[in-house]
Design a protein. Sequence first.
Length: 432
Amino acid sequence: MSDVIDSGTAQARDVDATPSDAPPRPTLEQLKERKARTRQRLETGGDIMTISMGPQHPSTHGVFQMVLDLDGEVIVDLRPEIGNLHRGVEKLCEHRTYHQIIPLTDRLDYNSAFAMNHGFCEAAEKLMGVEVPARARYIRTIAHELSRLANHILWLGVHIMDLGTQTFFVICFRDREYLLDLFEMLTGARLTHSFARIGGVAKDLPDGFEQRCRKVIEFLPKRIAEYERIVKHNRIYYKRAKDVGIFTSEDCYAWRVTGPTLRAAGVARDLRKDEPYAAYDEIDFEVAVEYNADVYDRFLVRMTEMRESCKIIRQCLDGLPDGPYVARDAAHSLPMKRDVLRDSAAMIQDFYQVFRGPQAPKGEVYRAVEVPKGEMGVYIRSEGGAKPARVRFTTPSFYHGQAMPALAVGEMVSDLVAIFASVDVVLGDSDK
């Protein structure tokens, strides 16, 4: 962890803070005018060529297809095709107990699996009226922000690789390993954790986790500054990302685009602040906002979010309360493992929850959380009993992928890879 990035980084530090030929930052009105001019290019004449990007294209990072109509090099129409990774997760939920649904949520956005676990458990707890202990809320917040860090570092490496730089991809993957090692220490798994539980989490923080986590969050801000020196002030990246893929706040609202893309358009909407859950209402942090609404500003938002995630984790470790890590609710929650091994009542509760499942009342709820890619909502309708009558996942990639026509029409086909990467679509999250 004490090692430094190779000599290429040292050279990157000498790059000017802002490229000398950088245009002034446009106002919101100028952004709207640019978007309107882009739409007018739809009316250009000439021969139209239709090509398919995907579903095996390496820059879609999954089985996502975009059918493009091109006038020369200008995209005049784009038709996204989704569903190649559809697994029927929502229907499967109707045949699982609430505990058994948690592993299914791992396979939605598998790059930030705990955030998906967390969103479902928040909805189930709202339905059942389960109160989560303070320690469990803090542990959830730590794991959620570790997911955000791992997701954004992966996104950054892949985004830059799509634009032609292999070395930086390896740098990001190396640093992401520290986060995956923390997850392995905490949950026993590196990607699909199934760590959240109705009423809390699967287990307490293991011995040595706090010290190791502190080392990582002290180390990562230095890496983030290194990323910015390599990428933010790189003249080639600046020209490929600045004023490309502009998507204003009105566009975001029209297409239900959330997360970093919305915040890069000047809207300070973040459910961690607006509708707090877990321990976020007890933590001091800032919402990352930029105003240019382009690929470049989406990069800046994610860099700021990573710094804020480190601050959030540090505050959670400093203020971590004592107490149980899962609710002592025999009707809805699994008991703590240490109790199962020495208490007959806890053993009976564990048997009941595993084989029958938590008994939910009749009703319906909706709960949303701020996952790394945007807002993830969970709707549950219950007719009573251990299995839901209907579960609906509202995931950000589903909307971001379908917003590609509004993002890309009128842009150059050579910019499509940068635009698509900037909204961070993962197909497990989209197709479900």
